[in-house]
Design a binder for this molecule. Structure first.
Ligand code: PEP
Length: 285
C-alpha cells in the first residue's frame, strides 16, 4: 500500500530523491507558527533545542521552518543556522515603506535574513478580517522581494456544512495567487488549514477528508499554473499531533505538516517529525 502511495506521489511532487528501493521520494515539509506565544528567550531556547535534536535528519529529505513572533526574529536569526531551521514571519505589509503604522515592511524582514513569510493564516482572515485581495497583494510582494510565501487557506465549519469547501478553497487560491507568475512556483508553499480544525477547540480533519481537499487544491494549482503547479508543496495543518501525524503524511497529496500546539516543545515535535518521516518512508522507527 505504502509503495503504491509513494509511486503515486511521484506524479505530483517529485523532488529527485530515491528511497532504499530506488523509488522516487518526495521532500517533506514540517513547520510551526508560534503565534503570540514565547518570549525572545523562550523562542531562542526552543529553536536551539529543535536544531540540536533534528540536525541529523537530512535536509534534502525534509525542510523545517519555524515562524516566531516579530520581536523574537532578530534573536532567532542569531540562534539557528538557516539550513537547519528556516525562519518565517507571521505577516507582512505589501509596501516597502510609508504611512502604515503597526505594519512590518519586507525590507525589515530581509534585513534580518528572513526567508519565508506566512500570508493569510486563519486568524488573520477571521480575527483581523483580511480579504483574499489583501492576501494576494502580500503574496506578490513577498515573492517579488525574493522571499518564499506560505499562503494559508481553509474553509470554515459552516462552509463545510454547506458543502462549499471546494468553492472557498478554490477562491482563496485563485484570488490569493492572482497575477503570480509561474516563475515563482519554487517559492510558493500552501498550508491547508480548515478553520474548524485549528486550535484548542478544533477537531482534526480525518486523513481521508484532508487527502480529498489536498487533491482538489493540487488540481486547482495545476489549473492556475499548468502542470508545474502540481509541484507546489501543500502542507496540512489543524490539530496535528503525535497520534494522527502518520496517517496524514502517508496521504499521496499531503507534502508536509504545519503543526501548532503539538510543535511548541522541541522534544515532542522532533518525535512527531521522525514518526511522520518513518511512516512516509514505510520504515518502522
Ligand atoms: C494553526 O493555528 O495554524 C495550527 C495548526 O494550530 P494547531 O495545530 O494547534 O491546531
Amino acid at each position: 500500500m505504502k509503495m503504491m502511495l509513494n509511486i503515486y506521489c511521484g506524479c505530483f511532487a517529485m523532488r529527485g530523491m530515491q528511497d532504499w528501493e530506488g523509488d522516487e521520494m518526495k521532500k517533506l515539509y514540517f513547520g510551526s507558527n508560534l503565534k503570540m506565544y514565547k518570549t525572545i528567550r523562550e523562542t531562542a531556547e526552543y529553536l536551539g533545542e529543535l536544531a540540536k535534536r533534528t540536525k541529523d535528519i537530512d535536509r534534502n529529505e525534509m525542510e523545517l521552518f519555524i515562524i516566531p513572533s516579530y520581536t523574537s526574529l532578530a534573536e532567532a536569526a542569531k540562534t539557528v543556522e538557516p539550513h537547519l531551521v528556516k525562519l518565517g514571519a507571521q505577516n507582512m505589509c505589501w509596501e516597502e515603506k510609508g504611512q502604515f503604522t503597526g505594519e512590518i515592511s519586507p525590507l525589515m524582514l530581509k534585513e534580518l535574513g528572513i526567508e519565508l513569510v506566512m500570508v493569510g493564516h486563519s486568524e488573520r482572515r477571521h480575527v483581523f478580517h483580511e480579504s483574499d485581495e489583501e492576501e494576494n497583494r502580500k503574496v506578490r510582494c513577498v515573492l517579488e522581494q525574493g522571499m518564499k510565501a506560505l499562503l494559508c487557506i481553509g474553509e470554515t465549519a459552516k462552509e463545510k456544512e454547506y458543502s462549499t469547501s471546494a468553492e472557498t478553497l478554490r477562491t482563496q487560491l485563485k484570488v490569493g495567487l492572482y497575477k503570480v507568475s509561474e516563475k515563482w512556483i519554487p517559492d510558493i508553499r500552501i498550508a491547508y488549514e480548515p478553520v474548524w480544525s485549528i486550535g484548542v477547540n478544533g477537531t482534526p480533519a480525518s486523513a481521508g477528508y484532508a487527502q480529498r481537499m489536498h487533491r482538489m487544491i493540487k488540481q486547482t494549482l495545476i489549473e492556475v499554473f499548468g502542470e508545474a503547479g502540481g509541484k507546489i508543496p501543500v502542507l496540512y495543518g489543524g490539530s496535528v499531533n503525535l497520534q494522527n501525524a502518520e496517517e496524514l503524511i502517508v496521504q499521496p497529496d499531503i507534502d508536509g505538516l504545519f503543526v501548532g500546539r503539538a510543535a511548541w516543545d522541541a522534544e515532542p515535535f522532533d518525535r512527531l517529525i521522525r514518526r511522520a518521516m518513518c511512516a512516509h518512508r514505510g520504515r518502522s522507527c
